[in-house]
Design a protein around this ligand. Structure first.
Ligand SMILES: Nc1ncnc2c1ncn2[C@@H]1O[C@H](COP(=O)(O)OP(=O)(O)OP(=O)(O)O)[C@@H](O)[C@H]1O
Length: 259
């Protein structure tokens, strides 16, 4: 250890990575969806995960968020927090959140209220909506509205938003909880070209303060955001590197062409 005392809830990233997965295997009826997979995600980085269908990307996300328990291996959040000892809500509470492909905003509530709801704690959703916001909470919502580019639509019901805008609102709802790691599953599916560009800007603006792991099939999009790409194949890491490096790797070309 480096001698720095950590407060409860703090994540020890003093060695660089915020997520450590080592020798993780997951079997479904004898089939290895993850096979001795090891992966490290640095604090503040934006990582893209690619790989052909069935490579294990979703299973990997499920392991990190506690939905699926590995048969073997270790999964740590920072150097000291053992995620395999925690259930799904505890992992989310610790600061690892996941954005699923399909947006699930509340159509009848305004954009602002959706963000307000994301503040919901143990008091419950309705109590949160009717409670008076304090200054810090109001400032946080304003900041998030700015980040997701929905300031002007703040009073509109979420139901009138375009598909892309709903996705950004949902990212905003996750940001309200100030996660340290965001796992983002196929963020641009169904978006217009303009929305795709705006989503790239948004994800790029989020790195640094938090780590972002994006699973995406669209290679053009991956190229536009990724400094570092991990290629999964048959439940293991096939290779890692810049987009150019992985795209020119004969093993990557082979698994994609063979798909
Ligand atoms: N609950 C399950 N029961 C049985 N097999 C499963 C289960 N979940 C996943 N698998 C299998 O494990 C393998 C990895 O699946 P996974 O969904 O993680 O891949 P993926 O890389 O996310 O694929 P895609 O890009 O198609 O979403 C696949 O062969 C899949 O059929």
């Amino acid at each position: 250890m480096n001698g720095i005392a950590l407060k409860p809830g703090q994540v020890d990233v003093s060695h660089g990575p915020i997520l450590y997965l080592e020798d993780v295997s997951v079997s479904f009826d004898g089939f290895k969806a993850l096979n001795n997979l090891s992966l490290y995600i640095d604090a503040g980085e934006l990582r893209c995960l690619i790989g052909p269908n069935g490579a294990g990307k979703t299973t990997l996300m499920d392991v990190i968020t506690g939905k699926t328990r590995p048969d073997t291996g270790s999964v740590f959040f920072g150097q000291t927090i053992d995620l395999l000892q925690m259930d799904e809500p505890a992992i989310a509470q610790a600061g690892i959140c996941r954005k699923f492909q399909k947006p699930s905003v509340f159509d009848m509530l305004s954009v602002f209220e959706n963000l307000e709801l994301a503040l919901a704690t143990d008091k419950g959703a309705w109590a949160t909506l009717f409670a008076k916001l304090n200054g810090a909470q109001r400032d946080r919502i304003e900041q998030v509205l700015e980040t997701i580019g929905l300031v002007e639509l703040r009073s509109q019901p979420a139901g009138i938003l375009s598909h892309g805008q709903k996705q950004w609102l949902e990212i905003g709802m996750l940001l309200m909880q100030e996660p340290k790691v965001m796992l983002v599953d196929e963020p641009i599916a169904g978006m217009t070209h303009q929305e795709v560009e705006r989503t790239a800007e948004l994800l790029l603006s989020l790195q640094g303060e938090r780590s972002i792991v994006v699973v995406e099939h669209d290679m053009e999009f991956v190229r536009s955001i990724a400094k570092h790409v991990t290629v999964l194949h048959e439940g293991s890491v096939l290779t890692e590197g810049s987009m150019d490096e992985v795209q020119n790797d004969p093993r990557v070309i082979q698994v994609y062409l063979g798909d």
